[in-house]
Design a protein around this ligand. Structure first.
Ligand SMILES: [Zn+2]
Ligand SMILES: [Zn+2]
Length: 282
């Protein structure tokens, strides 16, 4: 995320419009206050690395990289930025990733009205459509719920998205909610969507407080994000919550990021095993 207000990457012309003289630009370059990314393109202090790389490549951040930049949840950090080239961009020479001969940037060539600044991000609905085309419907669904939750997707943005995605995307939009607490929670709901289960998001449970998901009446699902590493204190807190919930007749299943993202079959088997045994019903 950029630590700067205003455009993080600017052309000479934009700097001039903001009152910079040629001499000031030169001296800011020399002193390292601004970085020349390529001829006539500068990064101002606080501009983040993905944004600088995208500008070097010839565009602005797109797709999952733009989503991450705005704080929208995406499954994994891409190794190199996804870059919006607009419809008629020009690929520039972009430094290769160490140990390879390519920069690894993933180009997006969809055309669209450009934001007012040349290196600005695409609007959120366009970012989400790029995610659908590039990463598939599952990651799209998760990103949409994250954007809704953070109020980054307006009513008109949602309408644009509905009109500009395929049938698969529209089906995902139809079930997207604005109250999912984490991307993992969205992912679990998405993957269970065809099972015909009654799933409640973020219910308040007697003895346990807010939990991530309730399936049926009794089965609690808790998913721990990648940042919630199991500190001893957190582990203790979880055990206390699980015991309290159990005292009220609930069964708790807990999964972490690696399980949900990389070993879904075992997560699904655990959930369906409880359901087959009827543990989710009163
Ligand atoms: Zn992409
Ligand atoms: Zn590149």
């Amino acid at each position: 995320m950029c630590k700067t207000t205003g455009p993080a990457v600017q052309r000479t012309g934009e700097l001039t419009k903001r009152g910079w003289t040629a001499r000031e630009i030169r001296s800011a370059r020399t002193s390292g206050r601004i970085e020349q990314l390529r001829q006539g393109v500068y990064a101002v202090p606080g501009a983040c690395r993905p944004l600088r790389t995208a500008a070097r490549h010839g565009g602005s951040l797109a797709c999952v990289s733009a989503a991450r930049h705005l704080g929208i949840w995406v499954l994994e950090k891409p190794p190199a930025p996804h870059v919006w080239m607009r419809g008629h961009g020009h690929r520039r020479s972009c430094p290769p990733i160490t140990g390879t001969d390519a920069c690894g940037c993933v180009e997006h060539w969809d055309d669209g009205a450009s934001p007012t600044d040349a290196f600005g991000l695409p609007p959120v609905p366009r970012i989400l459509r790029q995610v659908l085309a590039c990463r598939g419907v599952e990651e799209f669904f998760v990103a949409v719920e994250s954007a809704l939750r953070q109020r980054l997707l307006t009513r008109s943005g949602l309408a644009w998205l509905r009109a500009n995605v395929n049938a698969e995307g529209r089906a995902a939009l139809a079930i997207a909610r604005s109250d999912a607490d984490s991307g993992l929670e969205s992912l679990v709901r998405w993957r269970l969507r065809h099972r015909g289960l009654r799933i409640t998001t973020q219910p308040a449970i007697t003895g346990a407080g807010r939990v991530d998901l309730l399936i049926g009446d009794r089965l609690l699902i808790e998913v721990d994000g990648v940042k919630n590493h199991a500190s001893r204190k957190k582990r203790h807190k979880d055990l206390v919550r699980d015991a309290a919930a159990a005292a009220w007749g609930y069964v708790t299943l807990r999964f972490d990021y690696a399980q949900v993202v990389h070993d879904w079959p075992s997560v699904e088997a655990a959930i369906l095993g409880q359901i087959d045994a009827g543990h989710h019903l009163r």
